[in-house]
Design a protein around this ligand. Sequence first.
Ligand code: FE2
Length: 425
Amino acid sequence: MSIAWPAANAYADAMRLVVNNCVVPGRSGTVSIVCDDGTISEVAPAGAVASIRGDVVIDAEGRFVSPPFVDAHFHLDSVLTRVPNRSGTLREGIDNWAHYKRSKLTVEDVYQRANRYCEHAFARGIQAIRSHVDVCDQRLLGVEALLQIRADWKDRIDIQLVAFPQDGFFDGPETRSLLIRALDMGVDVVGGIPHNERTGALGHRSIVELMEIADERDLLVDMHCDESDDPGSRHVEILTDETYKRNMGERVTASHITSTAMMDRYYLNRKLIPLMARTGIHVIANPLINVHLGGHFHHPAPRAMAPIKELLAAGITVACGQDCNEDPWYPLGDADMFEVAKMGAHVGHMMGLAQLDEMYRTITYYPARIMRLDGYGLDPGARASFVIFDAPTLLDAMRTSAERLVIVRDGTVAIDRRLNSTTDG
Ligand code: FE2
């Protein structure tokens, strides 16, 4: 299988790219970004860089330029299935997905949906995705399809796959061997879903066994953890302790942990968060999905999202992921990471200007750290991958979910929605 890239453009063979008049995060005034052979070689104040013959030169005209979005929590195998969820609950989503797996899933089906989504996501400025892939399927069709997607998109999107036992690690007698087989096939990260095991004790055991597998293979871990309104769902404590005992801090991520929104504040702030901060474990919240799926059965309805303000204040690396796009859990979604960050800002009371800057980092720099992406950012030495937004500042880009005017990947202009770029010489 292959995919059709956007039509070849005038920039394809250029060696040096100079982007002038850029507004970039963390620097005042405008700068020029110089890219040589796919790497940023220089970031200099505006006017300090002279273009030379053969350069591709783009005038950003004072627009905001950012490294690409990183979506560290997504499900490419279920994307665009558009399966209705009448109750709007996590449970019905899991059941409907199980039915879809049994009745409709093929390698071609997963590949085509994921491929369509990647085309849209790339055009929306996303260049890295960590996708969970359900391994509770004897045929591992999703794994086969997404390994192909990962290979076919490697020049545009860095895709990391997580072996995810959606129905529970102890749901079926073969789930363990299916998960191991998926890792043997090349899936990158060990997943889990302790709150979906039949009992809390099985959830605990699943964490221990999955961490053992990851430790033996020297892999990263990212578990769906405590995606529940039950304040007694405390698997993240076990995951944190296993991380500590195995000295695997910074290789382990707890996704969702929405039960923390319901927890006793003494336990949360005096025990759990300090323990997590000491260990170095990461957190991924999924604001759109968390507030949609959580809080159905409580009155007043809670803000069913991890307390990102407190987690960030404790020094924990927090990312915000999109999780779902037109799938059995969520009928909306448009590959817009600004939408994700803005929902996180609303729900997490993160609306101060410095806090909005932090929210921007939860969809860029922080998930890049979680995914361990090499050369991320806009400093010299980084990969020359970035997005020019049609907005003068980060705040305006976020506020308006500004159009992604120009998309650069490894020094090559992949998409240019402006028509006034020039080539010197
Ligand atoms: Fe998820």
